[in-house]
Design a protein around this ligand. Structure first.
Ligand SMILES: Nc1ncnc2c1ncn2[C@@H]1O[C@H](COP(=O)(O)OP(=O)(O)OP(=O)(O)O)[C@@H](O)[C@H]1O
Ligand SMILES: Nc1nc2c(ncn2[C@@H]2O[C@H](COP(=O)(O)O)[C@@H](O)[C@H]2O)c(=O)[nH]1
Length: 204
C-alpha cells in the first residue's frame, strides 16, 4: 500500500452539471488535478485544446487505443471519449488527487481496473430538470438532445454501482457534498495506511 493520491471519478448523465460542479470544486480545492480527456467530437465555441479536451481525429483516437494510451474509453453518441492513462498514473504516484469527469461506460471500466477509486454519480433532481439543463446550455441539436436523454435513462439505472450518489440540485451544495466525501475518503485511507505500517512493524 503506497501513499498515492485518490482517484475520483465524477460521472453521470450529460447535462447534469458535471463540468459546472467540477469547475466549482477545483476553485475550492486548487490542488485537485483534473484529467483532460481525448475526444473525436468537434470543439464547441470557446473550448480550448488541452484545457477542455485533446481534440483528435478518429484515426488518432484509434491509434491511442491500439497503443494502450487510454485508461478507459467509450463511444458516446457518435464520438469517442477517453482518459489519457500516463498522466493519471504519474499524478497519482506523486500523491496527487486526480478527478476524472467521464460518462458511465467509462467509469465502470475504471472501476474494474482500479476498484480503490472513489466513484461518484452526479444525479439530477429529476429528468425534466436534466432536459432543461441540456436544452438551456444551447450546445446540442434536437437530435443529439434526444439521444443524450435516452442515454441518461440507461445511465441512471446504473447508479447503484457507484460508491456515492450526489444530487446536483444547487451547485454550491453539490460541491460541498463532494468536498465532504473527499475529506472522509482521505481519513479512511490514512487510517488504512496507519494500520498497514503498524502491521509491518509487528512482523519485522
Ligand atoms: N445545479 C444546477 N442548477 C441549475 N443549472 C445547472 C446546475 N448545474 C449545472 N447547471 C447548468 O446545466 C447545464 C449543463 O451543465 P454542464 O455542462 O456542467 O453538464 P455536464 O454534465 O458537464 O454535461 P456533459 O456531460 O454534456 O458535458 C449548464 O448550462 C449549467 O450551467
Ligand atoms: N468515458 C469517457 N467519457 C468522457 C470522457 N470525457 C468526457 N466524457 C463524457 O462524455 C459525455 C459527453 O461529453 P461532451 O463534452 O460532448 O458533452 C459527457 O458525459 C462527458 O462527461 C472520457 O475521457 N471518457
Amino acid at each position: 500500500m503506497g501513499d498515492s493520491g485518490l482517484l475520483l471519478v465524477l460521472s453521470g448523465p450529460s447535462g447534469v452539471g458535471k463540468g459546472t460542479v467540477c469547475k466549482a470544486l477545483r476553485e475550492r480545492m486548487p490542488d485537485l488535478v483534473y484529467s483532460v480527456s481525448a475526444t473525436t467530437r468537434a470543439p464547441r465555441a470557446g473550448e480550448v485544446e488541452g484545457v477542455n479536451y485533446f481534440f483528435k481525429t478518429k484515426e488518432e483516437f484509434r491509434r491511442m487505443i491500439e497503443q494502450d494510451e487510454l485508461l478507459e474509453w467509450a463511444e458516446y453518441v457518435g464520438n469517442y471519449y477517453g482518459t489519457p492513462r500516463l498522466f493519471v498514473e504519474e499524478m497519482l504516484a506523486k500523491g496527487r488527487d486526480v478527478i476524472l469527469e467521464i460518462e458511465v461506460q467509462g467509469a465502470l471500466q475504471v472501476k474494474k481496473k482500479f476498484p480503490q477509486g472513489v466513484f461518484l454519480f452526479l444525479a439530477p433532481p429529476d429528468l425534466a430538470e436534466l432536459e432543461n439543463r441540456i436544452v438551456g446550455r444551447g450546445t446540442e441539436t434536437e437530435e443529439t438532445i434526444r439521444h443524450r436523454m435516452e442515454m441518461a435513462r440507461q445511465e441512471i439505472e446504473l447508479m447503484d454501482q457507484y460508491d456515492y450518489v450526489v444530487v446536483n440540485d444547487v451547485i454550491d451544495c453539490a460541491c460541498e457534498r463532494i468536498r465532504s466525501i473527499i475529506t472522509a475518503e482521505h481519513l479512511k485511507k490514512e487510517r488504512q495506511i496507519h494500520k498497514y505500517r503498524k502491521w509491518l512493524e509487528e512482523v519485522k
